[in-house]
Design a protein around this ligand. Structure first.
Ligand code: ATR
Length: 279
């Protein structure tokens, strides 16, 4: 019988996950299909019960349900528990197990451009849910220094304080003045500032970016944000949010199907959906 997969969120129509996973199912000759489900918050628990009843094999969770879904699952992976958010659920013989592949997906994505993160100094811009997933995953992986630049000092401090994995961190409050970035090897923009349609906005004005530093933005609409353009113009190696999106999906696929899929193929599907080219 065909295996059913889902992606749930509110809104959900824009999700590229069904196209990406359905292409893989077809490519690998798997009798499986993913559907998008538009689920409103108050019906989330019922939706999970429904998934159990029809034996959905796995699903992705997107905004705004990544935290709210946790009480309705049977088991949560320790990293997802620490992050406080689940984006992937595996149905293992009737037991729903929650994982977070956002941070690990990000990390896998930067490995395509940065050979080794050991000893590197990282600056994270933002302290929301995406920043938390990336910070906790990098701390878990042993990255020694991750500073945070955020508009609100307290949210950055709280993110660091609750991290169960030890790393060194300083907090910087973003001001109107340009941020001196000369000591950072890796800079990661994690806020939604600069996303379509507000493409002229940037959370931070970069100054003194190290020649050859790696700068990424988790946004992929537009493919190059104002933040990323500024970094490129200062000689940085840049990466947009597509690798993170692709690899969070690849890691979810691996959990569901037991094989790590062809990420280049996934990227091509995503780019086709976005109507753009590699950045
Ligand atoms: P999430 O990452 O949870 O999806 P988000 O709203 O996309 O949430 O991003 C939240 C992050 O973006 C926070 O770091 C937030 O800063 P505060 O902690 O000060 O709220 C940051 N952020 C949102 N709007 C911003 C803006 N206009 N300028 C600078 N930072 C902003």
């Amino acid at each position: 019988m065909k295996k059913l997969y889902g992606v749930i969120g509110d809104p959900i129509a824009h999700s590229m996950s069904p196209a990406m996973h359905n292409d893989l199912f077809e490519f690998y000759g798997m009798d499986a299909e993913m559907f998008p489900f538009h689920i409103k918050g108050p019906l989330l628990e019922d939706a999970v019960k429904g998934f159990r009843a029809i034996n959905v094999a796995g699903f992705n969770i997107t905004v705004p349900h990544k935290t709210a879904i946790m009480p309705f699952l049977d088991e949560i992976d320790p990293l997802a528990e620490a992050i406080g958010a689940v984006n992937t659920v595996v149905n293992k013989e009737g037991k729903l197990i929650g994982y977070n592949t956002d941070g690990t997906g990000y990390f896998e994505g930067i490995k395509q451009a940065v050979s080794d993160v050991e000893g590197k100094t990282v600056l994270l811009v933002g302290a929301g849910g995406a920043a938390k997933a990336i910070y906790y995953t990098m701390a878990y992986a042993g990255v020694e220094r991750i500073d945070i630049a955020n508009r609100t000092q307290q949210s950055a401090e709280s993110l660091i304080e609750h991290c169960p994995y030890k790393t060194q961190s300083e907090v910087m409050v973003i001001t109107e003045t340009k941020q001196d970035c000369s000591e950072y090897d890796i800079i990661i923009q994690t806020t939604s500032v600069g996303m379509h349609p507000r493409v002229n906005e940037t959370p931070l004005h970069l100054r003194n970016v190290k020649e050859g530093a790696f700068v990424s933005d988790i946004i992929y609409t537009p493919l190059e944000t104002r933040f990323l353009r500024q970094a490129r113009e200062q000689g940085a190696i840049t990466q947009n949010g597509i690798p993170m999106f692709v690899y969070q999906g690849a890691l979810a696929f691996e959990k569901w199907m037991g094989i790590f899929p062809d990420a280049d193929r996934m990227e091509a599907v995503v780019l086709r959906q976005l109507g753009g080219e590699k950045c």
